[in-house]
Write a protein of this length. Structure first.
Length: 201
């Protein structure tokens, strides 16, 4: 469209300038009279008026839709730019809200982590205390069992020792006369119950 307008303007300039050139050549050559100069100027002005009218018509006919379309395209691009700007601002506001929410979420996660860490430490402390109590109780039972076993073994050892000492003492005190007296007493003791049984019969 722009190239067409440029071509029309150049053609109009050539058509308008041609009669003026002819008139100037005739005036400079001295061959034209005053009567010929008048119609040439009129013809030039008429030609210029026709050319200007044609150019104006072409500009109005072809230029108005082009300018209207160009204006519409510019308005459309401005509206699209406004929409893009509004969308970008909305996205920026959303990102700002997310960032603000992200800080709150991070703080909430930190508090949750602190609570979980404290709960885990408390659970570990309780389990450790329970394990220590079980170990202490088990150790006490083992010590008690070992003490009982040691006391039983000590009693057995004391009994064996007492028996050995008694045996040694008896052997030291035992003489042939004492052995004979003991045997005699034993035999007499055996005879007495048999006599008692005979009397009961």
């Amino acid at each position: 469209m722009r190239a067409l307008l440029v071509r029309a303007a150049l053609a109009g300039c050539l058509l308008a300038g041609a009669p003026l050139v002819v008139a100037q050549e005739r005036a400079s050559g001295g061959q034209a009279s005053e009567q010929e100069t008048g119609p040439s100027i009129l013809w030039a002005w008429a030609n210029f008026a026709m050319l200007a009218g044609a150019l104006g018509y072409l500009i109005v006919k072809k230029g108005r839709p082009w300018f209207a379309a160009r204006s519409y395209a510019i308005r459309k691009e401005i509206a699209e730019a406004k929409e893009i700007l509004a969308e970008a601002e909305a996205r920026a506001a959303q990102i700002d809200r997310r960032l603000a929410g992200l800080e709150a979420d991070i703080e909430a996660l930190r508090q949750t982590a602190r609570r979980e860490q404290a709960a885990e430490a408390e659970r570990i402390r309780r389990e450790t205390a329970a394990d220590l109590a079980r170990i202490h109780e088990h150790g006490a039972r083992e010590i008690d069992a070992a003490g009982k076993a040691a006391r039983v073994e000590l009693k057995r050892y004391a009994a064996r020792l007492a028996v050995d000492l008694a045996e040694q003492k008896i052997r030291r005190q035992m003489t042939v006369d004492l052995q004979s007296a003991l045997v005699a007493n034993f035999v007499r003791g055996l005879d007495r119950p048999s006599a008692g049984r005979q009397l009961n019969k």
